[in-house]
Design a protein. Structure first.
Length: 173
């Protein structure tokens, strides 16, 4: 038997009208969207989706694990953030992209500006002072210092959530 507290601690995945997973919300918010007609239950697979019974004095509402919005929500405009220290550190999880250290971090141009490198998301990484000095005015190949991962611009939050959601779904199967 599932208690009311356990059910209310669950979360529901919200899909847009175009079936793009947007976010994860708490079950209380999902109930409001379902009752007001702003969302509908969504069944994603052959095994029936999980749903939780929520009882009120007058009815029992089955709240599914996935819902789809029925209202057109104006998609928020999202711009790629400017290249700055805070955003690069966040993207690189505050670790040196050459050695993995988390101390004395600086920014490094993968292809140095003196060699035609640009100040863009795909050319800047987080580096510790030691690795930055060791690499100097050379490319990672010339310095024999491979990057842990290739730098790229941050992803739109909705796209990142959708990517994470579908990866999790695939792992469950």
């Amino acid at each position: 038997m599932t208690t009311a507290t356990e059910i209310l601690s669950r979360s529901v995945v919200v899909f847009s009208q175009n079936y793009l997973p947007i976010s994860r919300i708490n079950i209380k918010r999902a109930i409001v969207l379902l009752v007001t007609g702003k969302a509908e239950p969504l069944n994603l697979g052959t095994p029936p989706s999980i749903s939780w019974p929520v009882r009120s004095p007058s009815c029992v509402l089955q709240v599914p694990e996935h819902i789809r919005l029925t209202i057109a929500g104006g998609e928020r405009i999202w711009k790629i953030p400017p290249v700055n220290r805070r955003e690069v550190l966040r993207r690189d999880h505050h670790t040196c992209q050459y050695c993995g250290s988390g101390k004395h971090l600086t920014l490094d141009h993968v292809i140095p500006r003196s060699k035609g490198g640009s100040h863009t998301w795909d050319n800047i990484v987080t580096a510790c002072e030691r690795c930055n000095a060791r690499k100097g005015d050379r490319t990672p190949l010339q310095a024999a210092m491979p990057l842990k991962c290739q730098p790229r611009a941050p992803m739109h939050p909705t796209v990142a959530f959708a990517d994470h959601f579908w990866r999790d779904q695939h792992l469950r199967e």
